[in-house]
Design a protein around this ligand. Structure first.
Ligand SMILES: Cc1cc2nc3c(=O)[nH]c(=O)nc-3n(C[C@H](O)[C@H](O)[C@H](O)COP(=O)(O)OP(=O)(O)OC[C@H]3O[C@@H](n4cnc5c(N)ncnc54)[C@H](O)[C@@H]3O)c2cc1C
Length: 528
């Protein structure tokens, strides 16, 4: 069963060892776990629905509570304290294009706003009702999950857009194919959500981001259906698929998507390499990318993230490995690269040798499959740690960007420094670290995670979070980074978008949305 106020299902627990808890308390200050609001009390706070009855719309408090918030830090504060404030007035579960069309018409006639809902894994406030006078209809795609067409000659497949990562992969696996799109939220996020937020999977280096995988589709808009035909490539003016990618529910509801698929790889391996310093690690991965080594993933953690991840993993070999590495010169400044190899057995073997050879030029120490295997096993499990940390009194959030190589190093220092400095101004300590996980020939994503004490007063906790998020975001923009490499804009990043798109660009976005949605009923407040 899915958790209503945290990540994932209720059965999966990611335990935290006492030594890991001690490590966090040493760095953040004394932790004070607090009780959460109960499901029953949260249900009681759901007000009466303002929507007229409709056979496809569920107005029970249960449906409305479980679709009220996503996974951002403010969402967690709201759900855990029970102070949720805005709820959808109803949740619809259509199972066809016709039903989606009928629901858009129903919403228009009722003067309601519509929020398309995939897996609800947004971390930037994408699916939260705006709290206006108009009723809000959340439109969940959870009944639209089928594989509709498989083109084994052209290697594409059409899926209904509500299909989750595991359901999509298992349908393809039956025919020997994979999409290879594995965001860390894979367990719950959906194809429609990936397209609508321009998401990026962990092995995007091999499979491509969703932009490269999305080949066409169908959108139901308030003004009627928009068909996005599939062409392998086209010079017929601006590509409307690009308008739908990242549209965040503002144009309409994506009901199906054609995606580019690949045969299941013959071999796949993940390995670890330690570098003595961050600088050497960054130079090594830049070289690997610019020499075009055919890896499927490169994920380089900075020294703080390397230390914290190993301690939080709770693995028994960590202490021994730490002592051994220090003895041979990989001390406190060491950083860990986990890299993935995907393809034919011969390509995997050859690329592993090439990666090891480049790494040696930067004093990289190849440590084989143990570290990589540990990462692989927990790749979709680590988000569950957020539940455990929260219950121990620790809150966690992330800031992510992509910027040119010339500024990657500075950003990797300046973003955590800005967060730490802001927390200090409020008398709080914070543990902030980052990794590079999506690498390009011309730059890289810098993904910063920050952990801080869960303050007793929710308003103070939100104020602290705001005080850290703002300078972190301003710093990355000052250094020429995008406000988001993969999480999207939602409401949390909307204030930063004009700096990136400019006045004319923002105007063009607004006009494009208006042309599909003249009444402004689709997910207002997100993007702009
Ligand atoms: C633990 C965790 C790990 C994550 N890891 C990653 C990661 O590795 N990479 C990454 O890119 N992101 C990641 N995310 C962010 C999030 O999972 C992505 O943004 C994801 O693409 C959202 O998909 P969803 O189906 O949950 O969409 P939702 O959260 O339900 O919706 C997101 C937005 O898309 C719109 N939308 C959803 N479905 C449709 C549709 N069918 N038609 C029109 N609009 C639609 C919604 O209106 C909303 O604006 C992570 C989030 C969490 C909580």
């Amino acid at each position: 069963m899915k958790r209503w106020n945290g990540w994932g299902n209720v059965e999966t627990i990611y335990p935290l060892s006492p030594s890991a808890e001690g490590y966090l308390a040493d760095r953040l200050g004394s932790l004070t776990p607090q009780p959460d609001a109960s499901y029953e009390s949260a249900l009681k706070s759901v007000p009466a629905s303002r929507l007229p009855a409709h056979p496809l719309v569920d107005t029970t408090p249960e449906a409305r509570l479980t679709h009220a918030r996503g996974q951002s830090l403010p969402d967690w504060v709201a759900l855990r304290t029970g102070d949720i404030q805005a709820f959808p007035d109803g949740v619809a579960f259509p199972s066809s294009d016709d039903q989606v069309q009928a629901l858009l018409l129903f919403a228009k006639q009722a003067g309601a706003l519509v929020i398309p809902y995939g897996g609800g894994s947004s971390v930037v406030g994408h699916i939260n009702p705006p709290g206006t006078d108009s009723p809000v209809l959340t439109l969940s795609l959870e009944r639209m999950t089928r594989l509709l067409e498989l083109d084994e000659i052209g290697h594409t497949a059409i899926f209904e857009a509500g299909v989750s990562g595991p359901a999509l992969e298992s349908q393809l696996a039956q025919h020997g194919y994979t999409l290879g799109h594995f965001p860390q939220s894979h367990e719950y996020s959906t194809l429609g959500g990936w397209v609508a937020t321009r998401s990026s999977g962990q092995q995007s280096y091999h499979y491509g981001r969703i932009e490269q995988l999305f080949a066409g589709g169908h959108v139901e808009t308030p003004r009627g259906p928009l068909e996005l035909p599939h062409f392998p490539a086209s010079a017929a003016g601006p590509d409307l698929r690009e308008l739908v990618l990242g549209s965040e529910g503002r144009l309409g509801v994506i009901t199906r998507a054609r995606v580019r698929i690949r045969p299941q790889p013959q071999a796949e391996q993940f390995h670890g390499i330690f570098f003595p310093t961050w600088e050497q690690g960054v130079e090594a991965v830049r070289t690997m990318v610019q020499e075009e080594l055919p890896v499927s993933m490169l994920r380089l953690s900075n020294p703080q993230e390397t230390a914290t991840t190993l301690i939080l993993s709770g693995k028994s070999w960590v202490g021994t490995a730490d002592r051994g590495l220090k003895l041979i010169g990989y001390g406190d400044r060491r950083c860990l690269l986990v890299f993935g190899l995907t393809g034919s057995a011969s390509l995997v073997a050859r690329t592993r040798r090439q990666v090891a050879a480049v790494a040696r030029r930067f004093r990289g120490l190849f440590v084989g499959p143990v570290v990589g295997h540990t990462w692989q096993k927990s790749r979709f499990l680590s988000p569950y740690l957020r539940n455990t940390l929260w219950e121990c009194g620790v809150a966690i959030d992330t800031i992510e960007t992509a910027l040119p190589w010339a500024n990657v190093m500075e950003a990797s220092h300046a973003i955590p420094a800005a967060i730490v400095e802001a927390a200090r101004g409020r008398g709080e300590q914070v543990l902030a670290f980052n990794h590079l996980s999506h690498l390009y020939r011309d730059g890289a994503s810098v993904y910063t995670t920050f952990l801080f004490r869960r303050l007793r007063d929710p308003q103070e906790l939100l104020a602290l979070w705001n005080d850290m998020k703002r300078p972190g975001s301003q710093t990355l923009q000052r250094l020429g980074g995008t406000i988001t490499h993969q999480h999207g804009v939602g409401s949390d990043h909307a204030p930063y978008l004009p700096a990136e798109k400019g006045y004319l660009g923002m105007d063009a976005l607004r006009v494009a949305c208006q042309s599909f949605d003249p009444d402004g009923m689709m997910n207002p407040g997100k993007l702009f």
